[in-house]
Design a protein around this ligand. Structure first.
Ligand code: ACO
Length: 460
């Protein structure tokens, strides 16, 4: 017997609403009949309690610090898989066979270069343009160079476009960086794998090849893998919303990049580094900084702390903290900001303000130190997050497309603005006559009949 929840409305009517149970025993009340049958809608600011869809891609149990891609714990994937294999898992639902792995690798390699005339666009951006702005614009522009991808009507075409997007995103990111520092854009190399190829395009020069260390490659591989998906977060929900209107994959992913840019979302990794650098250069003690955050007078937050879903710990932060230690040791780097970060974490985790609000380090807290050690400039941090998140966005885009019954995302609202108002011409507005909202004006200034649109001709 399926479960239901019963809702009693103020007028005494009761409606039985079906309860949906997910594969991890998560319970949800299905309100899809609510408005049709009662006239009521639900409201939930920030979607704190609202599931926007059913999805088979990623599972998070925020209370227990669990993150699984397609059922696999992220810790196992981090230990055993490459980013590209993880991308295949997310997009197609299964870890690839050796053959599928090789084919997809070839597809990525074949698609790594940008069309020659496309490369010209990079010079049109101002030198100091933020690479996220270049990245979102250029991903969207890619569609113009890949017209068949506008409509994807079979699996083969979907695979080609996914591979092209995943591969070119990395080339665009490196090209955006090279343009911003006035260096020639490097071509990808056919003999390098995904992560090494990206590092090559970032740091090689036409007259000098950059050869990344195994530790650097492993750290970046892990960084990308841990960012690959995170169910219905702000940018992924944006991708799904755009895709629900049947926008193409490039446009949908470009929208995701824009959403990711915000400081409360993917932009937090840049904000964390800025915060750590500020503490270091100002000489402020960690204790004083934490006190400033708690004081809230300046609206400062402890960046890299807190998460809408994780209420115990963010498993990605645990893995990145460990990777951070290993990388800095292997590269013999002594970054004082790592020490500041650890002190901040320690101070916050023993402070009732953070403990009572269940605020723990999130994925962005240690990732910036890793990226800095790799030589990635701070403005590129969110761009690297975006490269990592592309497979997740593609998987969600596919999920929308694969379900023919998907409806266009179109939430409702509770309107709280003015009720119907009487239109006034400019002259009447100048005299202060107003409507039923309460502002009184002399009787003689009020129109005796409905004002005409042309009573005072527009002057502009
Ligand atoms: N520092 C200090 N106080 C915080 C922080 C923080 N980082 N995060 C939340 N709080 C406080 C809030 O002031 C609020 O306190 P109150 O209840 O006394 O008013 C309470 O904790 C709840 O905070 P909300 O903003 O309501 O929590 P929400 O779930 O909406 O926000 C968010 C989550 C945006 C991640 C928030 O914790 C935050 O701003 N963190 C800093 C930015 C950050 O690191 N973002 C990256 C998130 S991970 C990602 O997107 C990849």
């Amino acid at each position: 017997m399926p479960e239901t929840a019963s809702l009693t409305l103020p007028d005494g009517r009761t409606i039985e609403l079906p309860v949906i149970v997910g594969s991890e025993n998560e319970h949800a009340i299905d309100i899809s009949r609510l408005r049709g049958e009662t006239g009521y809608i639900t409201i939930d600011d920030g979607f704190m309690n609202t599931g926007s869809c059913k999805s088979e891609i990623t599972f998070i149990d925020g209370e227990k610090g669990v993150l699984r891609y397609r059922g696999y714990p992220v810790e196992d994937l981090a230990k055993n898989c490459s980013f590209v294999e993880t991308a295949q898992l997310l997009i197609w639902g299964e870890l690839p066979t050796p053959e599928a792995r090789r084919d997809f690798s070839d597809l990525l390699t074949e698609n790594s270069a940008l069309p020659e005339d496309f490369r010209r666009h990079f010079t049109a951006f101002p030198v100091h343009a933020h690479p996220m702005s270049i990245m979102s614009a250029m991903i969207n522009a890619l569609q113009s160079y890949d017209l068949p991808g506008l409509i994807i009507d079979d699996e083969e075409e979907f695979e080609r476009v996914s591979g092209a997007l995943m591969s070119k995103v990395r080339t665009i990111a490196a090209a955006a960086y090279k343009s911003s520092i006035g260096e020639p854009i490097m071509y990808p190399r056919y003999d390098l794998r995904y992560v090494e190829n990206f590092l090559h395009m970032m740091f090689s020069k036409p007259y000098r090849d950059y050869v990344p260390s195994a530790e650097a490659t492993a750290a970046l591989n892990l960084f990308f893998l841990l960012h690959a998906d995170h169910e219905q977060n702000c940018s992924t929900s944006t991708v799904r919303m755009v895709a629900s209107g049947q926008a193409n994959m490039y446009a949908s992913v470009a929208a995701g990049v824009c959403a990711l840019w915000g400081r409360l979302h993917g932009g937090a990794n840049q904000a964390v580094m800025e915060m750590l650098s500020f503490i270091q250069s100002s000489g402020m003690s960690v204790k004083d900084y934490v006190a400033k955050v708690k004081d809230r007078a300046e609206g400062i937050r402890l960046m890299g702390f807190g998460h809408r879903v994780y209420r115990a710990f963010d498993p990605r932060a645990v893995l990145l903290k460990d990777a951070c230690d290993k990388l800095l040791n292997a590269m013999h780097i002594d970054d004082p900001r790592l020490e500041i970060a650890k002190q901040l974490e320690e101070a916050a985790l023993s402070d009732d303000y953070f403990v009572s609000r269940k605020l723990y380090p999130n994925v962005d807290f240690y990732s910036g130190i890793i990226l800095t050690a790799l030589g990635i400039p701070v403005e590129m941090f969110t761009v690297l997050f975006a490269i990592g998140r592309v497979p997740g966005w593609i998987a969600h885009w596919k999920e929308i497309y694969d379900v023919p019954s998907t409806k266009i995302y179109r939430p409702r609202q509770v309107y709280t603005g003015s009720v119907r108002r009487e239109w006034l011409n400019r002259f009447q507005r100048e005299k202060g006559y107003t409507d039923s909202r309460g502002f009184k004006v002399p009787e003689e200034l009020r129109p005796t009949q409905a004002p005409q649109a042309d009573a005072v001709p527009p002057t502009n």
